[in-house]
Design a protein around this ligand. Structure first.
Ligand SMILES: Cc1cc2nc3c(=O)[nH]c(=O)nc-3n(C[C@H](O)[C@H](O)[C@H](O)COP(=O)(O)OP(=O)(O)OC[C@H]3O[C@@H](n4cnc5c(N)ncnc54)[C@H](O)[C@@H]3O)c2cc1C
Ligand code: SF4
Length: 563
């Protein structure tokens, strides 16, 4: 049986590590460089601003730009997609007396909740299991929260550079010096177009990688500094839609079961979320573990199928889809965290290193807390005038003492147990939850998603036909993501182009944005995979399943505004 990992992509982390190449007087120097304007990176920039305001002499020492934040999306928020029911602990700590939860752009506290086990026609309500209880949490659009946090970061003195992808890690004498940004204005073949702009070296005293899921330079740094965790990282793929609806939804809903299959051989783990966004909007999403085996599984099409369930159709009746998006979620948990969260001159935060509580489907508060702690560690090192090469380990200590560590420890095997099938996994997960993580299941092995042997079923034959009202095809979904990527730019997806048919089928069905198409078959039975990279919404699934996503030209990809 074919496994995607037997066909590795033409990609080497070494190609993305370089000494600074611009002449010294042409490099852009900043104090602290943050890569990624998500909740982790923006919390880091905000906390640094607060500390520098209290200590203007340090700000002075950091030069003209004490804090800079790079963001590859068109603007902060353009690439942010989440549920997002947020545990407010970290936001409260970040803002303290400065802002109340009511001052943030939210849809208010969770009004109530229901959990259902679905079959094709029925919905069986069950009492919400402890991880799915959301009393006291607040509902947001992460894209909107990101824009708000970016404004606060700018007010606090940070320079935000949107449409700028960090492409390479600058390392000199074993110390991270900053990043090199990607070129703009190259043709499909790599030549320089009329509007060509070369990337630049941005050098900093401390670099904070807050790139989120499948972070490109985070992966490069983990390899370069030998930081990968004991267990490999694994991911889930989430596809979600935002709907304007006729009737307000009065609670958050989670579902399990249909349209996923419970048989162990399929390894289908996941569920859906349906959250109200004020009086007239609802978000609905489906999350599926990427260790699934059926090459004909498409999370995009399963979400379309889910919407045809009588219970869900009723919620959306008379409404219209206003936005669509997709993103992966790191789900290996505690044992997949890197061995260390720092290297000389470098700090690693948020989803990039897998700080997600999978049974609770929550990572925003860990991202914010880790960004805040990274800011404090960077500031301490700068304040003492220490060389950041050796003094950033206090960040690891702070994370280990925080709720990030204790929460993730409590649910440490939660994702792995579902590799044993839905029912055995559910029982073990229940035992861990009831004992608050005290039941010792030992360290359970996580297999890389791309190592799963593939099988092919006729699952795709039952996906609903798109009607353009309730159910949609992938290309109209890409349109609803706001993606306007220039289609003559260089290909940013690295895959082995000639593979067995099952592997090509896997990629074709998996990609929610219709990037892969099966082309010519050769005499040896392998097929050529054709690519339409400009459709890509940078969800990251291909990196989990045998290829490698690299950042395209800055400003490309989706332009989310309500996800
Ligand atoms: C569908 C879905 C539902 C979820 N639901 C919830 C929920 O209800 N509650 C919850 O708490 N969590 C939820 N999560 C998880 C949560 O969204 C993440 O844990 C959180 O967003 C992580 O924040 P981050 O800052 O680490 O990364 P991100 O939010 O991914 O932000 C990273 C930013 O960095 C930018 N970036 C990345 N690489 C580069 C680069 N090389 N150069 C420049 N910019 C770069 C990206 O464009 C992005 O803007 C959900 C996730 C998904 C996908
Ligand atoms: S090409 Fe890969 S990263 Fe891009 S949308 Fe498709 S699966 Fe996601």
């Amino acid at each position: 049986m074919a496994r995607p990992s037997n066909f590795p992509p033409p990609f080497s982390a070494r190609d993305y590590v370089t000494e600074p190449t611009d002449p010294a007087d042409e490099r852009i120097e900043v104090g602290v460089l943050v890569v990624g304007a998500g909740p982790a990176g923006l919390a880091c920039a905000i906390r640094l601003g607060q500390l520098l305001e209290e200590h203007p002499e340090i700000a002075e020492r950091l030069g003209e730009v004490p804090v800079a934040v790079l963001e590859k999306g068109k603007q902060p928020g353009s690439h942010l997609l989440s549920g997002a029911v947020v545990d407010p602990r970290a936001l409260r700590r970040l803002f303290g007396e400065r802002l109340r939860m009511e001052d943030l752009p939210s849809f208010g506290p969770v009004p109530g909740e229901s959990v259902y086990v679905l079959t094709r026609r029925a919905a069986l309500p069950i009492p919400p299991p402890p991880p799915m209880r959301n009393h006291g949490n607040w509902i947001f659009s992460l894209s909107q929260l990101g824009r708000f946090l970016a404004e606060r970061a700018e007010e606090a003195g940070a320079m935000i550079l949107p449409e700028t992808a960090a492409q390479k890690l600058l390392v000199s004498h074993g110390r991270v010096m900053g990043v090199r940004t990607g070129d703009k204005g190259r043709s499909r073949e790599g030549g320089e177009l009329g509007n060509f702009e070369a990337g630049s070296d941005l050098v900093a005293k401390v670099t904070v990688l807050a790139e989120g899921t499948q972070g490109h330079l985070t992966g490069v740094a983990l390899d370069r500094f030998g930081l990968r965790g004991v267990e490999p990282q694994v991911w889930e793929l989430a596809v979600k839609e935002v709907w304007r609806v006729a009737k307000p939804l009065d609670r958050v809903i989670h579902t399990m079961g249909w349209p996923l299959r419970t048989g162990k051989r399929y390894r289908e783990f996941g569920g859906s979320f349906i959250y109200p966004m004020g009086e007239d909007m609802v978000t609905i999403g489906l999350v599926v573990g990427l260790d699934y085996r059926d090459a004909s599984l498409s999370v995009h099409d399963l979400l379309q199928e889910l919407k045809t369930h009588p219970k869900i159709r009723k919620i959306l009746a008379g409404g219209e889809r206003v936005e669509w998006g997709a993103k992966t979620i790191p789900s290996g948990g505690f044992h997949s965290l890197p061995r260390e969260l720092h290297a000389p001159g470098l700090l690693l935060c948020g989803d990039g290193v897998g700080m997600v509580n999978v049974p609770r489907l929550k990572g925003v508060h860990y991202a914010i807390e880790s960004g805040r702690l990274a800011a404090e560690a960077a500031f301490r090192a700068l304040q003492r005038g220490e060389t950041p090469a050796s003094s950033l380990s206090s960040y690891d200590d702070a994370v280990r003492d925080s709720f990030i560590w204790s929460d993730l420890y409590e649910v440490r095997n939660m994702r792995q147990v579902f590799g044993r099938g839905f029912f055995v996994g559910g029982t073990l997960a229940g035992a861990m939850t009831m004992s608050k993580g005290r039941v010792e299941l030992g360290k359970m092995r996580a297999e890389p998603d791309a190592d799963q042997p593939l099988l092919v079923t006729d699952r795709a034959a039952t996906y609903p036909k798109p009607d353009g009202k309730l159910t949609f095809d992938k290309l109209s979904s890409v349109f609803a993501s706001g993606n306007k990527t220039r289609d003559d730019q260089p290909n940013h997806i690295r895959i082995e182009r000639r593979v067995p048919r099952e592997v090509a089928q896997l990629w074709e069905h998996m990609c929610p944005a219709q990037v892969y198409e099966i082309g010519r078959e050769d005499e040896d039975g392998t097929v050529l995979v054709e690519l339409a990279p400009s459709n890509c919404v940078q969800c990251g699934a291909i990196t989990a399943k045998g290829g490698r996503l690299t950042p395209p030209e800055g400003g490309s990809g989706p332009e989310y505004s309500a996800t």
